[in-house]
Write a protein that binds this ligand. Sequence first.
Ligand SMILES: [Zn+2]
Length: 268
Amino acid sequence: MEPILGTERYERLTELRAAVRRYEERYGKLEGMVDLTKARSAMKSRQRRYDQLVEEFDRVRRQKESMESEIDRIEQWIEFCLESIIEKAKEDHAEGWSPTAVLGYRLWAVGKDGLHGVKMRWPGPVLEATCLSRGGDSEIPHTDGRCGRLGCGVYASKTVEPLYREFDVSRIGDVALGLVALTGKVVEHDDGYRGAVATVVALGASLGDRLLLTSDSKCIEAVFEQPAPWIVKERRVETETERLLEMEAFVTSEARRAGQWTLETNSE
Ligand SMILES: [Zn+2]
């Protein structure tokens, strides 16, 4: 018999049995051996049942493992089905998570404390859309009209032109014009897009008669943090029209450059 509950008592019992044998050799049959025989047969039946249980336990463990791997395969399949359903819905409703960034244009008013959009000061060159209506953040921008006719999301214009129709530039004062990359869910409109996240990738910013043009991310970040010190170091451009035209030429050429770059990476 192999020890089941550890070796210490098993060794002790072996010792005792050897001692009983020695005494029997010396003195003949000892008393009390009947109880010992009963105990031995009780132990044997337990031992058999125990071995059966160990076998059953192994079988149950193997079944459990095979069930786990089946559940894993079914979960993968469910994941695939859910993704396909969502992809299909996105295709059918012409909205989607853009695999590459969608480029658009934005205007800001240059203030002492930063760059201001229509609704708010931008916290930095990256703005994440929020929505006051209920619904998971992954659905922003919403397309079911729950948050008004225009809907939530960061707006960007496809060309610069519509921005001038929408904003009276002469009343803004000091103007900044930027190229933004929309990422995450992007919804297309006639003149522009609404995106989940917008990142400014090129910026023209004016302050008085000074004009700054940059596509350097560190510099863009600094201007959003505190515009004046950076813009006043730049060159003079006399009229507002000239400043606007230069900004426009700069951001549109940056957009063409970025467009070329995405085409190149896509064709690889
Ligand atoms: Zn919304």
